[in-house]
Design a protein around this ligand. Sequence first.
Ligand code: ZN
Length: 290
Amino acid sequence: MKLEKGEGPEPLDSGARRKIPPVICYPTDSLAPPDLPAYRAARDGWQKVDEVIVPPRDARTFEVPAGSFFRIVSIEGPQVGDLNLWSMQDLKERFFSGKTRALHGTHLSTGDRLWSSLPYLRPMATITQDTLDWYGFDEWGGSVHDVIGTRCDPYTHRLLSGHDYHHCCHSNLTRALAHRLHRPLAEVEPAVHDVLNVFMCTGFTRDTGQYFMKASPVRPGDFLEFFAEIDLLGALSACPGGDCSSEHSSDVAACHPLLVEIYRPKAPPVGWVSPARSAYHGGHGEEAPS
Ligand SMILES: [Zn+2]
């Protein structure tokens, strides 16, 4: 049980303890930064090979071969999107929101990478352009494209409201994946995972540390652009929260479609190679597998 503030005895040196400066948990200095000029140069003469419209309060899947780009584009009106990514060859390798947050911070932008789950832990995609990068952090500590929220889902909605709602992002992503794989909902549901909240504006309240949302600054024409580091299967849900200015998990908010565009460059970025999965052998202190 979490103690109420004041219930735990405060030590005499509490002030000094609070003054200890923080240390970054996962310094990323040892990681080679993405060669953004090379990625961007690869866009010259690229060709749009596919596009997918994601209807409001619904989700769609899309495929992006390694070495290609995709954009998530705002059209018609402000709208938040919930993104899932899997390796095309193995659904067990999926986007790892928590470790991406630990490595890059609570909100992603240009140059950040979307890392895959253990035991793979490699970049699945690199963000190569973000038209909302002007936003930064606002006076409440809010920013866009977070990896702190999980996705709206009917279980939490049931827990908090006692009602059922069937078009939460979790359900939308589950339906889209089931249709794509021609498998039953219950079979694919465990593959749906914590998302990148594209265009969503969020943060934590300073007084209680609670997750908050506010109206997304996104406007039609804004986009978030990714380079696919490995062959990707993606799914995007147009959240029932719309711009997430008031509520989600209902049909109350004004919702708009989202557009996913897939672009194939003439040639891969100079010097780029698709990253290998983690070199850790999986021994975990026991005998290393042969
Ligand atoms: Zn949602």
